[in-house]
Design a binder for this molecule. Structure first.
Ligand SMILES: Nc1ncnc2c1ncn2[C@@H]1O[C@H](COP(=O)(O)OP(=O)(O)OP(=O)(O)O)[C@@H](O)[C@H]1O
Ligand SMILES: [Mg+2]
Length: 457
């Protein structure tokens, strides 16, 4: 269905919009008030609604509050004043994009191009959301814990809009997976998704990597180069570790986000770009702003919508889904039907996972390689991470750090394993130092999946 509704009381502007829409292969009805819009929607569902912000009988945004009436129609806001606040508010409410008056025909055509393609993203998302509980995940993301469901909900809301997203979370929590999911659930899905690790490109090269350069613009620029912004046109650009970008370049990035134009290094010709930015950081962004690592104005541009990825230790129950899933994909690759015993899964849930899901995947991989039988009962956990040496007065001391937020059981487990390691696996000495009986030590180790059948090995 490609019928569109234009709700605008400015008859001239509405007629002009209708002309462009029709030239692009849509049919369109023009109405001048909220009341007429509602009447029309009751008679006939539409593919998208182009909505003026201010109408004689109310604010255009009011229509968005009536999901029954609107059905699966997309919203495109039309605004006379390009106020960022209203546009952002509109996008947060679910509009796919906004146009400013006077209409920029190129921009309009891009919006229409996205309406043509990709089927109905929204209905796909609502089906996926409904299946989170039964499937234990959402798109490529696994987990049904409350914090993950919040992530799915936010992802589902923001993906189909044009809003920039900031992903905040520790290393290995899935920021890149979420960025890809956002792209995949947007109308840009048939266009490129490009990821740039701002921390991994040398400060000298990052400008030309992002914006491209002309031949001869600097030593070594032997030919023209198209940067990420050019190649990601109409798609999504994932700016990973955005706080690591040099501050002077952050100024240039901000300008691109404000004007929709960039300039290749060595050129003066602005080039139009339509790129959606998903940025990520494993720092606290406000702290990065305070420390002068992230410009405040850029932060507000990127952080239109923030998604916080929970650390794995805050959702240990999801390990019941994650670990077997990782094991299954390893099994498929090498054709061995391995599985975890409940004890092994339990052991995985008694660790604080400083490296989050990535670390879990590595531990599962290692367990699969080490397994002598298809039933994996014992898990080797990386206890060493938590232990480090400090020079305290005259002696070197081993120190165990336990993250706040750990349970007593976690802390006990870490202390036991680290002590054992400190005594090179000598259990009697470890038990003595811990002040517990050897029997208790064995019991604990068995609980942790660190001990298989025979206690004397
Ligand atoms: N919820 C999840 N479900 C399934 N796999 C996940 C999930 N979260 C992360 N992963 C997997 O864990 C690994 C790390 O994820 P990802 O690279 O997205 O982390 P990140 O937050 O970008 O980390 P970094 O800050 O170190 O770049 C990947 O292999 C990813 O597929
Ligand atoms: Mg990453």
């Amino acid at each position: 269905m490609s019928h569109l509704l234009i709700v605008d009381d400015d008859a001239n502007s509405a007629r002009m919009l209708a002309t462009v829409l029709e030239a692009e292969g849509f049919s369109a009805t023009v109405v001048g008030s909220l009341r007429e819009a509602r009447q029309h929607l009751m008679l006939m569902p539409v593919r998208a609604i182009f909505l003026d912000l201010f109408l004689p009988d109310g604010r255009g945004l009011e229509l968005l509050n009536d999901p029954q009436l609107v059905g699966e129609a997309e919203f495109v806001l039309i605004t006379g004043h390009a106020s960022l606040d209203t546009s952002i508010q509109a996008l947060r409410l679910g509009a796919v994009d906004y146009l400013t008056k006077p209409l920029n025909v190129e921009h309009l055509k891009r919006v229409l191009g996205r309406l043509h393609g990709s089927g109905n993203v929204r209905s796909e998302i609502s089906q996926m959301s409904a299946m989170v509980h039964s499937k234990g995940g959402f798109s490529g993301l696994i987990g049904r814990s409350a914090p993950m469901r919040r992530v799915y909900d936010q992802t589902a809301r923001v993906a189909p809009t044009a809003v920039n997203v900031l992903l905040v979370g520790e290393s290995g929590t899935g920021k890149e997976v979420v960025a890809q999911t956002i792209h995949h659930l947007s109308r840009r899905r048939d266009r490129p998704f490009l990821a740039v690790n701002c921390g991994a490109i040398s400060p000298q090269l990052i400008e030309s990597e992002l914006f491209g350069h002309e031949k001869g613009s600097f030593t070594g620029a032997t030919r023209q180069h198209r940067g990420y912004f050019e190649r990601a046109h109409n798609g999504t650009l994932f700016l990973d570790e955005v706080t690591e970008m040099p501050v002077d370049l952050q100024v240039k990035l901000l300008r691109v986000l404000e004007t929709g134009q960039f300039i290749r290094v060595g050129s003066e010709e602005p080039i139009e770009t339509d790129v959606r930015i998903v940025a990520a950081t494993n720092r606290n962004p406000l702290e990065a702003v305070r420390q002068g690592k992230l410009r405040e104005d850029l932060y507000y541009r990127l952080d239109v919508f923030e998604v916080q990825l929970p650390p794995l230790r805050a959702r240990l129950d999801d390990i019941d889904l994650l670990a077997p899933e990782f094991l299954t994909s390893i099994n498929q690759a090498d054709g061995v039907p391995r599985s975890f015993t409940p004890a092994a899964l339990d052991a995985l849930k008694h660790y604080h996972w400083p490296g989050n899901v990535r670390e879990l995947r590595n531990v599962v991989h290692r367990a699969a390689i080490m397994a002598e039988q298809p039933e994996i009962d014992t898990i080797e956990l990386p206890a060493t991470h938590a232990v480090h040496r400090v020079a305290a007065s005259d002696a070197q001391r081993d120190v165990l750090s336990i993250p706040l937020g750990s349970s007593i059981a976690d802390a006990e487990r870490l202390l036991i394993l680290a002590t054992l390691e400190r005594f090179d696996g000598a259990r009697e000495r470890a038990a003595e130092s811990l002040g517990i009986s050897l029997k208790t030590l064995y019991n604990r180790l068995r609980e942790y999946g660190q001990l298989s059948v025979s206690p004397d090995r």
